[in-house]
Structure formats: structure tokens, C-alpha cells
Design a protein around this ligand. Sequence first.
Ligand SMILES: C[S@@+](CC[C@H](N)C(=O)[O-])C[C@H]1O[C@@H](n2cnc3c(N)ncnc32)[C@H](O)[C@@H]1O
Length: 205
Amino acid sequence: MWSYDKKQTEILDIEEGYDRFAHDYKKHHKFLWDFDKNLWKRFMPKDLEWKVIVDLWCGDGRVSSFFAWKNIKEYVWVDVSENMLKSTKAYVTKIKHDLNIKFPIQDNFADIVISLFTLLHVDNIQNFLEESYRILKEDGVFVIFHHTERRNYKYSEWRNYFKIHTNTWNYKQVEELLEYNFFKYKIYEVKEDWILNWKYYVCSK
Ligand SMILES: C[S@@+](CC[C@H](N)C(=O)[O-])C[C@H]1O[C@@H](n2cnc3c(N)ncnc32)[C@H](O)[C@@H]1O
């Protein structure tokens, strides 16, 4: 399903958009690192031994190498795009699922839940946070990286340009819903030249 914006660029739904973009996503890694500065690692517990990690909307597993060779119990990738999930890692359990609806994961399952660069794609943000709370263990940590966008980002596939559906959730909306869902959270602001650009939310139950 798709529509057009004013300049006639196709706006694709998430699944089709990322299925088409997947083969090129690796080229995009540097761009994403420039945004999140790889700081999410700082919010991980020191001891990863025997931990269960869930990456909500993992993409192609951009951050997965951090967990390799650590003696973790289980590492679960969830994404709606089959092609994004294709990247093979022996130590990963992959679940293809649209996270706007109830997650196919049991209560109190994860020690660590991460969600980087994905909130903007969520339509049902209340469900997303409620479900993240449900799957997180009592002493677990949930790390969100969020940035606000006023426009859909433009992707390209060979010479075809397209955009992928995004929302414009602002920080206040996210924070209100974190509270509504009983999360305790700390904010780490990512600034450039003293101007706030992006935020990490480090959340617990
Ligand atoms: C910008 S990428 C971010 C991927 C990864 N977290 C990273 O930091 O590289 C967004 C990912 O979220 C997935 N996604 C977006 N909406 C989704 C949904 N409703 N359910 C499941 N996955 C979704 C897309 O397929 C895509 O792989």
C-alpha cells in the first residue's frame, strides 16, 4: 500500500519500504552511528552473562556485534521486514512481527530491551510501550533512542527514490506515555553545539 507526497515521491508502508531498502541498509550504518553516537552501549549492564536481550525492530541487526561472544542466554530480533531479518547470525532468534500489535513474547521475558530509531515508525505508540513494559523483567532495562523528524526520510533503491511512512511523535508525547505506562526513566540528551537533537530514554519498571 502506498501514497504520494506533494513532490510525487512514493510513500511506502513499513514492510514494503524496508523490504526494498534492506539490501542497501548497511551503507546507511555510518549515518545512523553519527546520530546515536553508539552511546546506547553505555546503558547496557556491565555483566551480560546469561541475559535475555530483545531488539525491537532490529533492522539488519546493526548493533548485534556488541552481543557476540558474550555468554548471553538468548538474543531475539523482532522486525516486520523479512529482508531486514535476513542477515544471518547463528546466535539470534528471529521473529517477523508487526509491533503495532501485541508482541508474541511472554511476560517478564527480557533483561534488556532495545529500540533504536524505531519509535517514529510506530503508529500505536501506546501499545508499543505497554507491550515493552509487559515483556521486561522487574530489574530489566529498556533503552529507546528517539529523534523527531518533520519529514519522511528519502531512501533510494537503485535509481528509484521513495519514502517510508513515519510519524512525528515529539519528546513530550513520548515522555507522557512512558509515565502513563508506569515506566521510570532517565533521559540522556544528545547535543551538537549545545543544541538538543536526540534523546535516549533509559527506562525501568
Ligand atoms: C530505521 S530502522 C532501525 C533499525 C535498527 N533498530 C537500527 O538501529 O539500525 C527501522 C526498522 O524498524 C522496522 N519496523 C518499523 N515498523 C515496524 C513495525 N510496525 N513492526 C516491526 N518492525 C518495524 C523496519 O522494518 C526497520 O527494520
